[in-house]
Design a protein around this ligand. Structure first.
Ligand code: NAI
Length: 398
């Protein structure tokens, strides 16, 4: 079929199998160009492995450190006349590239919050790898069915206390407008968002993996967080999602205690704001990112997900010394948060209007990144050509 982008709001309903494969290939080339990560991981489980930071982590482990990888994700396979999701095609491309390079790579497609998928993962590790020495936890989801209570929790992106009004942009049209977001009406919103995006499920994973004996001595585990600038605090760090991130970060000492007897360590890495399927859904953030991109590109310090994860592995997680901030977190948002970067972004934020957006922001870079997520806008691909939508992830039957 001929596959073109079909966009609805911040979602693209179609993905291109060859374009996503190109995206994966480009990320692999970047990691290879940086050379081998000294003392890097060898057997890696990535939960949330199909897109964004999780995919970049999987690529970094495999192609920067020759690691065997198991990826867990929740994606839709392709059907006749209906393309699969980007994460499905990404995972197919990743496995093909890994296998061609002689690397073990298998995947599990299902609900990572469930006990069943955890058990399937444990069985696969036992059967094929014995143990893993790194567990990356990179889930981003709007909902979670709790495996013990059966309650379906939905997360919300809302301020706490007061309503919040600020600028936002429709990144397709470039129209800048004011948006007002009403605060939570009850504590339930916080409880639900923490249940979905907080640390409990990460803890369940590590508890189950440890109890099954599939974590190697000296295992590391890492999950991802975000802080960002003051201007997004009401909707992000001081909002419901921020409470979930507080909870995720508070899980680190619990996991360190749990892993103490096998000399394991857990980390939260605070990453840079980037265009992913999850971040494009957060109001205000796309305008911030398009200004941030402009400033960071001008200063020559822009990074995408793959550059961030390569730096996380090579210069933080597997460096001789892992530098931590005063709250015990790894920071690879350090360049984003540099005072000179933030001052310039704050000034541009004041000025931003529909009329000047093309000049003062990198809205085009934002759009490119967005379409790239779904395999579009790659010069190597002919989007008018017929392409086979029925691509399988090799390790997943059917
Ligand atoms: P993403 O949307 O690109 O990736 C989410 C992954 O989770 C995908 O692999 C998806 O298949 C998987 N997933 C979702 N629900 C699942 C389920 N029920 N079972 C199995 N897999 C499931 O998201 P992104 O942006 O890479 O986020 C990953 C983490 O990084 C999140 O914790 C996010 O808060 C954090 N982060 C994101 C930043 C950004 O700017 N995008 C900045 C800093 C941190």
């Amino acid at each position: 079929m001929i596959i073109q982008p079909r966009v609805r709001g911040f979602i693209c309903l179609t993905s291109h199998p060859q374009g996503t494969a190109q995206h994966v290939k480009n990320q692999i080339e970047y990691v290879k160009s940086k050379g081998t990560i000294e003392n890097g991981p060898k057997k890696v489980l990535v939960v949330g492995a199909s897109t964004g930071f999780g995919l970049a982590s999987r690529i970094t482990a495999a192609f920067g450190s020759d690691a065997a990888t198991i990826g867990v994700f929740f994606e839709k396979p392709a059907a006749e006349g209906k393309p699969g999701t980007a994460g499905w095609y990404n995972s197919a491309a990743f496995e093909n590239e890994a296998h061609a390079a002689g690397l073990y790579a298998k995947s599990i497609n299902g609900d990572a919050f469930s006990d069943d998928v955890k058990q399937q993962t444990i069985d696969l590790i036992k059967r094929d790898l014995g143990q893993v020495d790194l567990v990356v936890y990179s889930l981003a989801s709007p909902r979670r069915t709790h495996p013990k209570t059966g309650v379906a929790h939905s997360s919300v992106l809302k301020p706490i206390g007061q309503s919040f009004t600020d600028k936002t942009v429709d990144f397709h049209t470039g129209v800048v407008s004011d948006i007002s977001i009403q605060p939570i009406e009850s504590e339930e919103d916080i409880v639900n968002t923490v249940a979905v995006m907080g640390g409990e499920d990460w803890k369940f994973w590590i508890e189950d993996l440890k109890a099954a004996g599939v974590l190697a001595d000296g295992v590391k585990t890492v999950a991802y967080s975000y802080i960002g600038p003051e201007l997004t605090y009401p909707i992000y760090r001081n909002g419901t999602i921020g409470r979930a991130k507080d909870d995720l970060e508070a899980t680190v000492p619990l996991l360190n205690k749990l892993l103490g007897d096998i000399h394991g360590t857990s980390y939260v890495s605070v990453n840079k704001a980037l265009v992913t399927q999850s971040s494009s859904a957060i109001p205000v953030v796309p305008l911030y990112i398009s200004l941030l991109y402009k400033v960071m590109k001008e200063k020559g310090i822009h990074e995408g997900t793959i550059e961030q994860m390569q730096r996380l592995f090579a210069e933080r997680l597997y460096a001789d010394h892992t530098p931590l901030d005063e709250k015990g977190r790894i920071r690879v948002d350090d360049w984003e948060m540099r005072p000179d970067v933030q001052e310039e972004v704050a000034q541009l934020w004041q000025q931003a209007t529909t009329e000047n957006l093309d000049d003062i922001s990198d809205i085009q870079g934002y759009r490119d990144d967005f379409f790239n997520l779904f395999g579009f806008n790659f010069p190597e691909i002919d989007y008018d050509a017929d392409t086979n939508e029925l691509v399988n992830v090799p390790s997943i039957a059917g």
